[in-house]
Design a protein around this ligand. Structure first.
Ligand SMILES: Cc1cc2nc3c(=O)[nH]c(=O)nc-3n(C[C@H](O)[C@H](O)[C@H](O)COP(=O)(O)OP(=O)(O)OC[C@H]3O[C@@H](n4cnc5c(N)ncnc54)[C@H](O)[C@@H]3O)c2cc1C
Length: 426
């Protein structure tokens, strides 16, 4: 969309510079309505971040998640009060009902304004859409409004010491006790658990003897975090921050009604959540990466690294990488007029994770020897380098992404389970 931002919509086709205004027959130029919408988002963000919320501008990004919690919580509530959370959710569930196109404009403007990292990202991006798709009306009434209002934060209890890529290996158990489930086990790498009021937990509710059917008998439970049966241990990361945690459940409890989907049928729900994790929410993020590349170019100009032809080539390659990401977002959008993401969207996570890790390496190389003394607490490029090591792991590692592309986008034969022990890659 930003290809032609500001250009009037009219006849589609090739321009004199050879760049097409349309992909797959869909006009990508910004309409008058899109431009009005972009101006509305920009002005709302400028009002807040230029005034009362100036302190949170540029804070809370990767590696800086611990920054200014109270101030960012106030920002979440400010967004919620003005209808700027959950912008892609349907209106009947409290969202803004934006088209995918307008969601991308929103995320682009959010990044352009250097608005803070979102505390509510897991509730808004993962749990909320899952409850909308699979939850009961009672669950929707209970759990969606506090997410929209920026009042309740969520964390994702999937991974365990013995279950990461091989998610069907979850060993956390839940047993029925009257009107409650009793949960025992351990999760790991649980992002933002120390702030969350709720966790969506994958737990085994029925044993399965056949290893080939391990994805059966798992349930998707909504569990309150503030209770004696839950202990958190923060994990200190390379950045010095503790964005994620170990979470121990020792006879923790939740109401029997807090199962999303069928008891024992949580695998389908869990896969639905992962599709949201890898889906539309990442389409606008190249603007965040653009801000980072601009900062790297500024360093290269200042310290003379830009005089080195090899550095100039790498900077140019990074610029091209961002353009490819943007054009792929456009291509994806062109295939989503019906609401479903195109198979091409499956390359998004693999591409941006690999790109971003490389951008962190470029930042350090441009810095040169000075990088050795930079401190992540006060240095955004050092945080970029250190945290982006994780980009090719979380949300499904690069290897797993390649398997997904091979099997689901290209229709190649399934990975033989005996080769890996994995039945269902994340
Ligand atoms: C910053 C960060 C935040 C995270 N936040 C959360 C969170 O909030 N909640 C949560 O539940 N989890 C979270 N995770 C965990 C994340 O989902 C897992 O790390 C990821 O799924 C990989 O699992 P693993 O770490 O157990 O590695 P493993 O699955 O043990 O993989 C180890 C290596 O083997 C490779 N491998 C494994 N299986 C295959 C295969 N079949 N074919 C080819 N290669 C394979 C992997 O690609 C990887 O390189 C987070 C991780 C990070 C880094």
């Amino acid at each position: 969309m930003t290809v032609a931002a500001g250009a009037p919509a009219g006849a589609t086709g090739s321009k004199s510079d050879g760049v097409s205004d349309s992909v797959g027959g869909v006009d990508l130029r910004e309409s008058a309505d899109d431009r009005t919408f972009r101006a509305e988002v920009r002005s709302f963000l400028e009002d807040g971040l230029g005034g009362e919320f100036a302190a949170v501008r540029g804070r809370g990004g990767p590696g800086d998640e611990g920054a200014l919690f109270a101030e960012r919580q106030a920002w979440e509530r400010h967004l919620g009060a003005h209808g700027w959370t959950c912008v892609g959710w349907p209106k009947e569930h409290g969202g803004r009902g934006l088209s995918l196109r307008q969601q991308v404009i929103y995320h682009e403007e959010y990044a352009r304004a250097r608005a803070p990292g979102r505390l509510g990202i897991i509730g808004e991006g993962l749990l909320g859409p899952t409850v909308i798709a699979f939850g009961s009306p009672a669950q929707q009434r209970r759990f969606l409004p506090p997410i929209v209002a920026g009042e309740e934060l969520w964390c994702q209890g999937y991974s365990e010491p013995g279950a990461g890529s091989d998610l069907a290996g979850v060993a956390t158990r839940a047993e029925r006790d009257g009107d409650e489930w009793v949960i025992t086990g351990q999760k790991v790498w649980t992002s933002l658990a120390h702030w969350a009021q709720w966790c969506f937990v994958l737990a085994r509710t029925a044993p399965v003897a056949d290893p080939g059917r391990r994805h059966q008998g798992i349930s998707y439970l909504l569990v309150p975090m503030d209770q004696p049966g839950i202990e958190l241990r923060p994990i200190v990361q390379l950045t010095g921050d503790s964005e994620f945690n170990e979470v121990f459940f020792d006879r923790a409890r939740t109401a029997a009604a807090n199962v999303v989907g069928e008891v024992g049928g949580g695998w389908r729900v869990a896969m639905g959540t992962l599709a949201f994790e890898r889906g539309a929410s990442t389409l606008g993020q190249q603007l965040n990466f653009r801000n980072e590349l601009d900062a790297i170019v500024a360093v290269a100009r200042r310290n003379g690294a830009a005089g080195d032809p090899a550095v100039r080539q790498r900077l140019a390659r990074a610029h091209i990488g961002l353009e490819i990401m943007r054009l792929n977002a456009l291509r994806t959008l062109a295939g989503t007029e019906s609401g479903a993401l195109a198979p091409a969207a499956m390359i998004t996570k693999l591409y941006w994770g690999t790109f971003h890790r490389g951008l962190g390496e470029l930042a350090m190389d441009v810095r040169g020897a000075e990088a050795l003394t930079s401190v992540p607490e006060t240095d955004a490029l050092a945080r970029l380098f250190l945290f982006s090591r994780a980009d090719t792991i979380y949300g499904g590692s690069n290897q797993i992404q390649r398997t997904i592309i091979g099997e689901r986008a290209l229709g190649l034969p399934k990975e033989p389970p005996a080769a890996t022990g994995n039945k269902e890659p994340r």
